[in-house]
Design a binder for this molecule. Sequence first.
Ligand code: SF4
Length: 456
Amino acid sequence: METNIPNRDFTQNACKLCAPLGACLAYKGVKGAIPFLHGSQGCATYIRRYLISHFREPLDIAASNFSEASTIFGGGEALKTGLLNIVRQYSPEMIGVASTCLSETIGEDVPLALRELRISKGITGLPSMPFASTPSYAGTHADGFQAAVLSMVKTIAGADKPESIEQPVVNILPGMLSTADLRHLREISEDFGLKPVILPDYSETLDGGPWAEYQKLPSGGTSVEEIKCMGASVMSVEFGKVSTSGLSAAEYLEKEFHVTARKMERPIGVKATDLFMNELSHASGKPVPEKYEKERARLIDSYVDGHKYVAGKTAAVFGEADMVTAICGFLSEIGITPVIAASGDMSSRFVAAMKEAVSDFDEKDIRIIDSADFRDIEEAVEELSPDILIGSSKGFAMSRKTGVPLLRAGMPIHDRMGGARILQIGYRGTQAFFDSICNTLIENMQEESEIGYTYI
Ligand code: SF4
């Protein structure tokens, strides 16, 4: 294993997106919620553009719209005015507030402004307003996402018991999964007889049907009522072990409300999915449903059928550290060595999580690139010549230049349809992922072959 923390005094093309973008995505997973950025209009526009191009859905993000005067004298009043405008125009159930580079740099005290707004004379009936501090120069979109999830739990969750619900309730804190993954998580949990509170759940708000008329607040999402009851659940399952600094949302719920926290890699691969199924089996007191036993058996059968395409191959994986770690664990399971694992995150937990996820980690020669710039990744790809790249469509230029095929995963995927609903988790998602990897390698073999095999 070799770690590579780049020592450059410039950034060319960072392997990360902006931190409030992650916070906005998390807030979009709550029913009747609207994200609100304390900063300039340009930040909100950039984030909307990125998210709309990935999800291909309309998406509103409000902003306090910093002016020159706000930048010099403070934007507290602009924040309060903006929030009241949003309450009047949208009647939201929650306004998810996040800071930007600018408001962080001038040291805005957003929690103070929110408190002042609440105690202002004559203002009643304000919605929940969790706040996440998200300076982009100090974190990635994954950090912003986790900060928003934690702030929602801290601001809203209590130990109330859900009314008229008889089955056991589990909290699922999935991290940045696709909309198809979120729907599959609900399906699996309900098949165990559990009531899942998935936070966030943007599977409908960012992947719904067509509208006859524009909806200010799309339907779907975790309700504020559900979040209120998270302290009374039987267990929290949280995917990912890297992208949280300090307490994660599951750890907070355990500390404050004694809800057992189970942190694990996102369930990609047989080993990781078995672990998830076992936790749900434990929480529900029921065995794994036969439907999933059959999916597992089919998956293992396909591993046998496809081993000749993947055995001994190498990969470069890049993106959010939790995604990279889970995919590298899965690749090891199917016989592909992840020779490059790169993330824009900067966390000492990245290497530790990789060691846990990847079998025979110490015997493998994996180059782990922390705080990665695409320039670093490209140099490593040129040196190590992996057989496949796995990551967002931001890797396309590198793929074109080096000739190594790119299998799209994670976010953003701007150059393919369906990038936001790639199913990757559970036995079923792993099956689709495994087939895609095999087919990408087969297609590349065909393209590189002078004969052009049709039967491989
Ligand atoms: S200035 Fe900061 S918060 Fe605004 S878009 Fe750029 S990185 Fe994001």
